[in-house]
Ligand binder design. Structure first.
Ligand code: PXL
Length: 275
């Protein structure tokens, strides 16, 4: 299979084991060349740290994209994650339109919320802006909170199949062809993802052992792994199963370490699984 080159647009949280600092090593382990367009630079992520710095890079985006166009560069996929503000959305749409190869994939992780709440720094109007990016995507990878916010659905902590199916359909109705929802459970001791293809009306599930704790950055790890799998020719269902397995391996490695930090998971120890 041809060597793939992709572009990922998300922030650099300098410390925090999330966004670009996990996406890059994961995609490299998958054997995918990954170019980056940082949406912002933060000293840490916003989930639990206080007093972090935030450098918005919106103003750099059009010039960077213009240079790439001049160089006639193109990408087999554009994968977006945490965006700094709603003003970046127009630039992301332009990148989708002008920097993808023919049949290039638009993969959107609408990273903006978890546990029923928007991340610090986003206003209540942000989900509507993010919905416009999701509308342009081939694949969207929301968690439950994000799917609810994107579709105006009241949030529910525990999501079974009966709640997940219409939620997946509502996200797809925004315009995206395929959706994978994370945080779906089919049994008290199982947790994972459920996927929906709006073109065929079919669903799939990818479930693993439930670990009764929450870890920061696992959504970013899930999205990067799905992207890596897709670029290596796996189906969305296979990529989602790989991502569930990999996230679980990261969590297990962290749980085994009595000195583990609080702000992320020790994904580094699980990387060989992807190589
Ligand atoms: O893990 C998602 C994420 C990415 N980037 C930043 C974040 C978060 C979650 O809190 O704060 C800056």
């Amino acid at each position: 299979m041809a060597y793939k080159r992709i572009l990922t647009v998300q922030d650099i949280s300098c410390v925090g084991q999330c966004s670009l600092t996990v996406a890059l090593p994961i995609l490299s382990a998958c054997g995918v060349e990954t170019a980056v367009l940082p949406s912002a630079v933060l000293s840490t992520h916003t989930g639990g740290f206080t007093g972090y710095t935030f450098r918005d890079l919106t103003a750099d985006m059009p010039a960077i994209a213009a240079h790439w166009k001049k160089e006639k560069l193109s990408f087999d996929a554009v994968y977006t994650g945490y965006l700094g503000n709603a003003g970046q959305i127009a630039y992301v749409k332009d990148i989708f339109d002008s920097l993808l190869t023919e049949n290039g994939k638009r993969i959107v992780d609408p990273a903006m919320a978890d546990h029923g709440k928007l991340y610090a720094g986003f206003g209540d109007d942000f989900p509507a802006a993010m919905a416009r990016v999701v509308a342009r995507a081939d694949v969207a990878l929301p968690n439950i909170t994000e799917a609810c916010l994107l579709t105006g659905t009241p949030y529910r902590e525990d999501v079974d199949e009966g709640f997940a199916r219409p939620l997946l359909q509502r996200v797809a109705a925004l315009g995206v062809k395929r959706v994978v929802l994370t945080g779906v459970s089919f049994a008290p001791d199982r947790l994972g993802a459920m996927g929906y293809d709006s073109r065929t009306g079919t669903y799939f599930t990818a479930q693993g052992r439930r670990v009764p704790a929450s870890f920061h950055g696992t959504g970013d790890i899930f999205a990067a792994t799905v992207t890596g799998g897709l670029m290596r020719g796996m189906t969305l269902e296979q990529s989602s199963a790989l991502a569930v397995e990999f996230v679980l391996a990261c969590i297990d490695a962290t749980a085994r370490d009595p000195h583990a930090g609080w702000y992320g998971v020790e994904f580094e120890k699980a990387l060989p699984l992807l190589c």
